[in-house]
Design a protein around this ligand. Structure first.
Ligand SMILES: NC(=O)c1ccc[n+]([C@@H]2O[C@H](COP(=O)([O-])OP(=O)(O)OC[C@H]3O[C@@H](n4cnc5c(N)ncnc54)[C@H](OP(=O)(O)O)[C@@H]3O)[C@@H](O)[C@H]2O)c1
Length: 382
């Protein structure tokens, strides 16, 4: 598995089955302006050799850096042995982008594995793209340097490639203890602009190469864009077949913000669909997805991921299973055609397809910065 950087001259020599040719042709024909940033983002080759099936592409960020379009999600992996096996399998399979967060409580485990790979000379720091996130119980400007420093210490790194504000709403520090949030309540005093300013100071100090937000809505992002010289480089949001986020993605493309899809295969084992009261079938069981998978001789997961990647959106599927880890990045040797894309596009359910409402954080829906007003009155926690 190799990564590639920009060199248009190699594109014309590329084989038909690689992402570079097939995707650009596909999108050039259909929606040139909307996908201009995909064109910039799907990066080809510095080495001079044409891209091959299996090469992983990167998305250009407005910060001037590049983000691999497939990353590894790591939430819920908190066992040391499991993390070692997971990361070893992922790095062997070609993943270079790892997504973590303070609240996942696994940065120290990730740091240990990365340290080993780096010290053995199997990887250089610049090969990696590490994202972590400011926790929702640290949503004050003064907390930013402290919590980023904690993350860097645990990750055993001098900088992260992406630092995100994890949630637009906040809970009080005392509401968090040892991985659990109690009902001590939300902190309504959240000031995104003050926090963002502190994030920008970290970028200027070199401790974060790029900055972004997660779970923010359009209004919240626009407020930052209008009030800061440094716009977010990345928005990480729930995005999958049932919840394709078309308006938000269009807004981000217009503002040159790369989008990362979390729960990109619909978080199948979490049963969020049931939890959130929407009795939708599992994405893997949809006949349309199965038929497209069969047609391309791919798994349903690969089709779901490819559909999102083909929109120029970064995906961060989580798996701890070596076979599935490999499968989830093996999505660059085929392309969905216009019919496949139309079929899959039509399965979007908008807000009704959203799985996460974050009401597991007690009182989140009453916080002034709760980002999904349409979900305020849905009863279940998910
Ligand atoms: N910013 C946020 O607020 C936020 C929220 C949620 C998630 N995230 C990030 O996004 C990542 C991904 O989201 P997610 O973990 O909720 O959902 P996901 O990646 O859509 O789904 C993960 C689940 O699917 C299974 N799976 C993975 N690959 C598979 C395959 N090829 N075939 C069948 N099953 C497969 C995994 O089980 P196995 O491990 O057994 O394979 C796991 O249970 C998280 O890990 C985290 O890094 C961010």
């Amino acid at each position: 598995m190799r990564y590639r950087s920009c060199d248009n001259s190699t594109a014309t020599n590329a084989p038909m089955n690689c992402l570079w040719r097939t995707d650009l042709e596909h999108y050039d024909l259909r929606m040139v302006p909307l996908y201009l940033c995909v064109t910039l983002a799907v990066v080809a080759v510095a080495s001079g050799a044409p891209p091959k099936a299996g090469d992983v592409t990167k998305v250009a960020l407005n910060s001037g850096t590049f983000m691999p379009i497939v990353g590894l999600g790591t939430s819920k992996v908190t066992d040391e042995r499991e993390m070692e096996q997971t990361l070893d399998a992922a790095l062997e399979a070609g993943y270079r982008h790892i997504d973590t967060a303070t609240v996942y409580r696994n940065e120290h485990l990730i740091g240990k594995v990365l340290k080993r790979w780096l010290s053995e000379g199997k990887l250089k720091r610049e090969d990696l793209f590490i994202t972590t996130k400011l926790p929702l119980y640290a949503m004050r400007a003064a907390d930013v340097p402290y919590f980023l420093n904690e993350s860097l210490t645990k990750l055993q790194l001098d900088y992260v490639d992406m630092y995100l504000i994890h949630m637009p709403f906040a809970v009080k520090r005392e509401a968090y203890s040892d991985g659990r949030f109690d009902d001590n309540g939300t902190d309504p005093t959240t000031d995104h602009l003050a926090i963002w300013k502190a994030m920008v100071a970290e970028k200027e100090a070199g401790r974060a190469k790029a900055l972004g937000v997660s779970n923010f809505n359009e209004t919240q992002i626009e407020r930052i864009i209008k009030n800061s010289p440094v716009p977010p480089a990345n928005l990480q949001v729930e995005l999958h077949l049932y919840h394709q986020q078309k308006p938000l993605v269009a807004f981000c493309k217009k503002n040159n913000i790369a989008v990362t899809a979390y729960a990109p295969i619909g978080s199948p084992n979490a049963k969020w669909v049931v939890l959130s009261g929407r009795n939708l079938p599992d994405l893997f069981s949809l006949p349309e997805v199965k038929a497209i998978a069969q047609k391309h001789n791919k798994t349903t997961a690969e089709v779901l991921l490819r559909h999102t990647v083909q929109r120029g959106i970064i995906v961060i599927p989580k798996s701890s299973n070596p076979k599935r880890i490999s499968q989830n990045i093996d999505i660059f040797d085929f392309a969905l055609d216009d019919n496949d894309v139309a079929t899959l596009d039509a399965l979007d359910k908008g807000i009704d397809g959203k799985l996460f409402n974050m009401k597991g954080f007690a009182g989140a829906e009453n916080h002034p910065e709760y980002p999904w007003p349409a979900l305020r009155n849905t009863p279940q926690k998910a």
